[in-house]
Design a protein around this ligand. Structure first.
Ligand SMILES: Cc1ncc(COP(=O)(O)O)c(C=O)c1O
Length: 476
């Protein structure tokens, strides 16, 4: 009736590490984008669970047999879609340890090392991205969760009794409005939906030709909404938008937020880690004036899913919004420590900060910055190749490592170009050599290529460019 015998665990553990090392060694033998059809994997898994136990060796064999061709390999250097999320060696090892320790950091008491380690890592990370000391940090699973907590704090700051009385059916409170650019991530609207603000409570501000929020339009919208009885309460600026990686004018937005007394949240889930690079410090202008900021190490800091870092200058408001302590969770240390369950919706918490510890110590801040800088340099080079090719258009500036482009061999209507580029992307992805994603900019179908994998080398970008040109020419 006991657990797996430790000798068996040791043997299986060694086998699994060997499997992982071989997988990473051979990663380029797999197609980056899984080519299976819906239902293919499900059909291979028995519909009923086994009544008797079996060896882990069998399970490992089935990982290969059943799952592997249904895996889209985010660790593959041909994966240049969305924003990369790659697992580095130290990150994988830290995940192992997290599971082995199996602690739940809901309270300081339920593992003092957890709470204090997370605090230390937040202090390290805050310094790495150049935020001032008055920023307090916490780890959540994703940027979507982090931003939802920012919006909840913004709502709580109004002191309109939402925590006690809720929002529905009340005639004593105004309808709330928040603001972000047309290019903000959908997680901002999801946060608004979750918190009872509703989609009508989110106003999208127009962007300029570089896809950056226009501050004058924000002012205009605020004044108009106040006139019409809305209560503005929060503005989200994005540094590194999802489609084009554009950078909203944070300092100007900070001024507007201060003038109108609004919560200012910065979503820099993807680009925030570049603040580690001396040449990229410009992106942090005005960050010290924000109320909160989210950065995702699981996007571009080689951290296995998931790990999102949330900083705020007002942790007391987060606590005011979420702290609710039933009798069984009261401890003697409550007045002297931070219990992380008080700062969000979740009670149980995984020991995610171990991943930051392993990764930051293994690579060092300089090593991380060098790797990220290399990706930015490669993307600038790729952008130049696009610019130098008459049949390709670059569709947006490239402040970081994502390049938006389309194939345009001439003499085609916009509609034809959209269809052509959609087909080009389809053919590129079914080549099973690289995986790119798309967006639409001003109605135009645009292909996106992102460089951010820990395994990205110059040759991968060169090969991708040759392949794109080769497939495009066949479509002409
Ligand atoms: C700017 C931005 N914010 C937030 C998110 C959501 O990230 P997560 O998957 O961590 O919720 C994304 C995802 O790509 C993003 O690009």
């Amino acid at each position: 009736m006991s657990d797996m015998p430790l000798e068996e665990f040791r043997k299986n553990g060694h086998q699994l590490v060997d499997w992982i090392a071989d997988y990473l060694k051979d990663i380029e033998k797999y197609p980056p984008l899984s080519q299976v059809n819906p239902g293919d994997i499900l059909r291979r898994i028995p519909q009923t669970p086994p009544q008797k136990g079996e060896d882990i060796e069998n399970v490992l064999k089935d990982v290969d047999k059943i799952l592997m061709d249904g895996i889209t390999h985010w660790n593959h250097p041909g994966f240049m879609a969305y924003f990369n999320s790659t697992s580095s060696g130290p990150g994988i090892l830290a995940e192992f340890l997290t599971a082995a320790l199996g602690v739940n950091g809901m309270l300081w008491k339920t593992s003092p090392a957890f709470t204090e380690h997370e605090k230390a890592m937040m202090n390290w990370f805050r310094q790495m991205v150049g935020l001032p000391e008055n920023y307090w940090g916490i780890i959540y699973d994703t940027a979507s969760t982090s931003s939802m907590h920012a919006i909840a704090s913004a709502r709580e700051q109004l002191n309109l009794g939402f925590r006690e009385k809720g929002m529905a059916g009340r005639s004593d409170v105004p309808k709330l409005k928040m603001y972000c650019s047309e290019h903000a991530h959908s997680s901002i609207e999801k946060g608004a939906v979750t918190l009872g603000i509703g989609l009508e409570g989110v106003r999208k501000i127009a962007v300029n030709e570089k896809f950056e929020m226009i501050p004058a339009k924000l002012e205009e919208a605020l004044n108009e909404d106040v006139k019409n009885g809305w209560k503005p309460f929060c503005v989200v600026a994005t540094v590194g938008t999802t489609s084009t990686t554009s950078v909203d004018p944070v300092e100007k937005i900070a001024e507007i937020c201060e003038k109108h007394n609004l919560w200012h949240h910065i979503d820099t889930a993807y680009a925030g880690v570049t603040a580690m690079i001396p040449e990229m410090k410009w992106i942090t202008k005005g960050w010290d004036r924000a109320d909160s900021i989210v950065i995702n190490p699981h996007k571009w800091m080689f951290t296995p899913m998931d790990l999102s870092v949330y900083f705020t200058r007002k942790p007391e408001i987060l606590k005011q919004a979420f702290s609710l302590v039933p009798e069984y969770l009261k401890t003697k240390q409550d007045d002297d420590v931070e219990n992380l369950m008080d700062y969000g919706i979740q009670l149980g918490r995984r020991f995610r900060s171990l991943k930051l510890w392993f990764i930051i110590r293994y690579f060092g801040v300089e090593g991380l910055a060098e790797r990220i800088k290399h990706h930015i340099d490669l993307a600038q080079e790729f952008a130049k190749w696009i610019d130098g090719e008459k049949d390709f258009d670059r569709m947006a500036p490239v402040p970081f490592s994502t390049v938006c482009f389309r194939y345009n061999p001439g003499n085609k209507t916009e509609e034809e170009l959209n269809r052509l580029n959609e087909k080009l992307l389809e053919d590129i992805n079914s080549s099973a050599k690289i995986f790119l994603s798309h967006t639409k900019l001003n109605g135009k179908f645009v292909i996106r290529l992102t460089i951010g994998s820990i395994r990205h080398e110059r040759r991968h970008i060169e090969e991708a460019w040759e392949l794109i040109k080769e497939i495009a020419t066949k479509l002409k």
